[in-house]
Design a protein around this ligand. Sequence first.
Ligand code: SF4
Length: 222
Amino acid sequence: MYAVRRFAVRRSSGFLRIYRMFEGIIVFLDPVLRLVGYGRLERPFAFLERNFKGLLFDCKMCGQCVLSSTGMSCPMNCPKTLRNGPCGGVRPGGFCEVKPEMRCVWVEAWDGASRMPEGLERIRVVQPPVNRELEGSSSWLRVAREKAASLRQMRETPDPSRHMLARAFRRARQIEPAAAPIAAEPNAALAEHSVSERTAVFTKGESAAGKNNGGGNAKKKG
Ligand code: SF4
């Protein structure tokens, strides 16, 4: 298994491509999957994922897969289950402090990430702590379901300008969804009085500054 895991890291770019294709198929099948019911599909998907990823990556089914951000090296194989880089105990040659016969998961992750497009950018993104409640569930299904839901939302958005903006800045939206929001704004944010209240802060500031300057000039003149 260890040898297969290391092989997967060396082929990280190819595995990422395969995963993206697979994810696209599940997203495409969203209408069918919704008809069957995502809840019903959870167990068969988790079973497939456990076996497939267990074989290739020694997956521990944490339920929040980050393989595409860690060069296809599963961080749950770190004896300390560190999700954001190595501890301070990496041995010379890149070996693990706790299991000296094993290469540090994060040394492998850096290697895998450097072989992937944008891998070194992605590996620097700080990951949240693992939510243990999701352990054993299918990451595949969750990610695909969320992507399909957001695409559906985009299609059903009544405001076409939002839709266009989100499409034009697809990458920006991926990294920072608030940069090109597609959700409808809450009424409080759009209410006219709210806008004038907010701008009043600046206009008051400007007029106060104008008075101060004017006053200063008048004194100078005098
Ligand atoms: S990050 Fe989680 S889901 Fe992904 S391979 Fe590792 S244990 Fe499995």
